[in-house]
Design a binder for this molecule. Structure first.
Ligand code: SAH
Length: 212
């Protein structure tokens, strides 16, 4: 299987054609080997235009959604970023290409361990993953310039707002279990501005500041 060719095709047909233009983002998607973040049986589908199961009842998002969330974070390469819902580690690997350092929290230990091993295996050096309830954030590492939540959030977890730095951006799918709205919150001079991007569908965020 020519995975590099599949990556090129994914970038052309799923990202560029739908308006993702940032060269650095496109380069990250051409580089990161998404097929390694799914099981061997699913690897041939690793560049398809849909979410894929990653075990423990969880999924890796469709590449376009990962790109859209990454674009919404508006990274310039200097940021410290937190991802809540690390899952397979794929989004972390993409972010690691585009910012200074990235921290991922995953509530399912098996997935979090797998993600750590995988990230090290593909040579990512600026990402750290821990097991835990990401709705509590990662206080020891706060503040973060950017925070992304990749699970359906019924509400905005308060600790994440608190751990977001000045001029920081928080991107999350806001809404109930059946569908959400991809939302960008921006801290500006102490106030929070919000912008909606599009509808989406994520697995639920489960934790103290989300669903019980
Ligand atoms: N971004 C991931 C996919 C996310 S799927 C990737 O690139 O593969 C959403 C993940 O959020 C699931 O793995 C789920 O276990 C996790 N999750 C749900 N609630 C969480 C919480 N409170 N803290 C951390 N992770 C959580």
């Amino acid at each position: 299987m020519d995975y590099a060719a599949l990556r090129e095709k994914m970038v052309r047909e799923q990202l560029l054609s739908r308006g993702i233009k940032d060269e650095k983002i496109l380069a990250a998607f051409k580089k990161v080997e998404r097929h390694k973040f799914v099981s061997e049986e699913l690897a041939p589908n690793g560049y398809s235009d849909f979410p894929l199961p990653i075990g423990s009842g969880q999924t890796i998002s469709q590449p376009y959604i990962v790109a859209l969330m990454t674009e919404a974070l508006a990274l310039n390469g200097t940021e410290k970023v937190l991802e809540v819902g690390a899952g397979s580690g794929y989004q972390l690997a993409i972010l690691a290409e585009l910012c200074k350092e990235v921290y991922g929290i995953e509530r399912i230990e098996l997935l979090s361990r797998k993600a750590s091993v995988l990230l090290a295996g593909v040579g990512v050096k600026n990402a750290k993953v821990k097991t835990g309830d990401g709705t509590l954030g990662w206080p020891e590492e706060a503040p973060f310039d950017r925070i992304v939540v990749t699970a359906a959030s019924p509400e905005i977890p308060l600790p994440l707002i608190e751990q977001l730095g000045m001029e920081g951006k928080l991107v999350l799918p806001l809404g109930g279990p059946s569908s959400q709205i991809l939302t960008v919150l921006e801290k500006k001079r102490g106030l929070i501005e919000s912008r909606q991007i599009c509808g989406c569908s994520f697995v639920p965020l489960i934790g103290k500041f989300a669903s019980p």
